[in-house]
Write a protein that binds this ligand. Sequence first.
Ligand code: IMP
Length: 199
Amino acid sequence: MKLVLATGNKGKIREFQEMFEEKVVPFSELLGELDIVEDGDSFGANALIKAKTIYEKLGDEYIVISDDSGISVPALGGEPGIYSARYAGEDASDVDNLNKLISALKSRAIKQTPAYYTAAIAIVSKYGEYVVHGWMHGVVIRQAIGDKGFGYDPMFIPDGYTQTLGELDDEVKKSISHRAKALKLAQPIIEMLQQKGQR
Ligand code: IMP
């Protein structure tokens, strides 16, 4: 069975490809651009919506994998949460979103507060649907430091570190990230499905 990723994000495609010997195909190579409405109320629900939509279009020779992720700040009622990618509006850039989160902390006079990233990975095939999660805990601060990573990374200090993910090496992030943890759980499920498909 062929592995298809329900994302066009090059970074995510590379992370998945590193885990498997066989080629992982982005869905757009097979289906072109698709506008999928992610109207679920959790990361897991949104990941599943994406994977199911693509699977239903491709058929049962495919294993479709999707992910949904974001950052949650309990002191802000869980914001931005599932709205992380569009916190500052539908067409907001990563910098717009980061600046909105910094403004939200400043408007409540919060200097530093706990936060966590969540990654949900959904896997859909003729053998059923699976969803796994990974988390990375830390604090957010009200300034952006460093230019590594992406999104909210320059304002996020992971537990056990004193620098932001904007300053820390990519290798550090790879070893502790929410996505890496979810990928570790997804890998054996995908391998099991591939083996079933070969029988
Ligand atoms: P997705 O592509 O729909 O999963 O949206 C993820 C959004 O959450 C991104 O636009 C980022 O704003 C944020 N996000 C998720 N994971 C990370 C991360 O590892 N670092 C920084 N921001 C992240």
